[in-house]
Unconditional design. Structure first.
Length: 413
């Protein structure tokens, strides 16, 4: 027997559950981020959620009951009703069940892009169409900015490409000019080397003859006991010596420039080597100039190029003699420790002005305070290059009128 009470309870429960589900669905629709619009089979709006109202700038009561075409710009506005009739007649959907990008018309007349998805629902014996509207304004603006940035970047790339082409062309032109200049400089360098070599050798022969003749004149003139003859013969010898030094400097520079100087390392006694140089240079020192040599260290054997080292030391001592006065001392010191071989030459001469010191090792440079003292400005440049060839370093300290200290050092191998 059917229990009426149970049936009533069941009906009430189902009704309560239906109302609860309906309330939940309404809450979901009312709070959805995207716009949701429902229309009937004639295109009239039945409902629109708050997000849809916000997108189109209408109140719900302003659009409910009206044709959804009011939310569309031309030509979609005029074609919408025809689309619904065609679908109802043929059953072939155009956007139902899929999705497409369209534009909407706001109340203020502006349009905006959105993604539209449409679904068909059978409800209480009639068809209801639900449209889900996702605003794409930000996405489209981002796409537009991205496109503009891409176009701007393409323009910049094009400009930079043209600049790069121009730069490459200019570099190619410059390279060609540099190559031509280098070739001409090479030819000029070769010509200069041949000239210097030829001139040096050609001058040596007459200078040697003049030096020999001056020595013979000095010898034969002793019997006349004439101080003027000795004085002038001394001048001849001194001048010939200066010219020989100049030729030697030019010839050394030419060999260095041509890369024809290769150090030949050998073991030798530095103390004996330095003592011989001291004795040799004392003979050309000024009156009452004294060269004082001293060695520090137990070991005295080094492995260097004797010829290059001798040239360096002779040049430094010759400068000390040249730029110091009579009755002065020139200190010549050598030292060998566990790490380095150190050679110093110091004097109490005219010194080097501070403004000139940075140029001191440049070829043909002479300090401003040298006056009429003869010199080519090549000696220290040659000393530095010879020192570098032997893997050494050269340094100096100097004060005007208080002398100069030169230091050359070599690592112990």
């Amino acid at each position: 027997m059917v229990n009426i009470t149970d049936i009533c309870k069941r009906v009430l429960f189902d009704r309560y559950q239906f109302m609860e589900n309906a309330a939940l669905l309404k809450a979901i629709i009312e709070n959805a981020i995207d716009g949701i619009i429902t229309i009937d089979d004639r295109g009239r709006i039945e409902s629109i959620n708050p997000s849809g109202c916000k997108l189109f700038q209408y109140l719900a009561e302003e659009v409910v009951g009206k044709n959804v075409a009011m939310l569309m710009p031309s030509p979609d506005r005029e074609q919408h009703d025809e689309y619904i009739r065609r679908y109802q007649h043929t059953g072939v959907p155009h956007i139902i069940g899929t999705g497409r990008e369209v534009v909407g018309l706001r109340k203020d007349g502006t349009i905006f892009p959105f993604k539209l998805g449409v679904s068909e629902v059978q409800f209480l014996g009639r068809k209801i169409y639900t449209g889900f509207i996702h605003d794409q304004t930000r996405e489209k603006e981002a796409e537009k900015r991205l496109k503009e940035d891409a176009e701007h970047l393409e323009e910049q790339v094009e400009v930079r490409t043209h600049l790069l082409r121009d730069t490459v062309y200019a570099l190619q032109q410059a390279k060609a000019e540099v190559s031509l200049s280098l070739e001409k400089e090479k030819e000029l360098g070769q010509l200069k080397s041949r000239f210097v070599s030829m001139a040096s050798h050609e001058f040596r022969t007459p200078l040697s003859a003049i030096q020999l003749s001056a020595s013979l004149i000095d010898k034969y003139a002793n019997s006349f006991n004439n101080p003027n003859i000795s004085k002038h013969v001394g001048r001849i010898k001194s001048t010939v010596g200066n010219l020989t030094t100049i030729l030697n400097d030019f010839l050394s520079l030419e060999k260095l420039e041509a890369g024809r100087v290769e150090p030949s390392f050998s073991n030798f006694d530095l103390v004996k080597f330095a003592e011989e140089i001291t004795e040799e240079m004392q003979m050309v020192a000024k009156e009452h100039q004294n060269i004082i040599y001293q060695h520090t260290g137990i070991n005295s054997v080094v492995k260097l190029d004797q010829n290059l080292l001798k040239n360096c030391i002779l040049n430094l001592i010759a400068n000390a003699i040249k730029y110091s006065g009579e009755n002065t001392f020139i200190d010549f010191n050598t030292e060998i420790n566990s790490q380095k071989c150190i050679i110093t030459v110091s004097d109490n001469g005219i010194g080097i002005p501070e403004t000139d010191q940075k140029h001191l090792f440049e070829p043909f440079f002479r300090a401003h305070n040298t006056g009429n003292i003869p010199g080519t400005g090549l000696g220290l440049n040659i000393v530095r290059r010879y020192t570098n060839l032997m893997n050494g370093n050269i340094d100096f300290k100097s004060n005007v009128n208080h002398g100069t200290l030169f230091t050359i050092s070599f690592p112990i191998v």
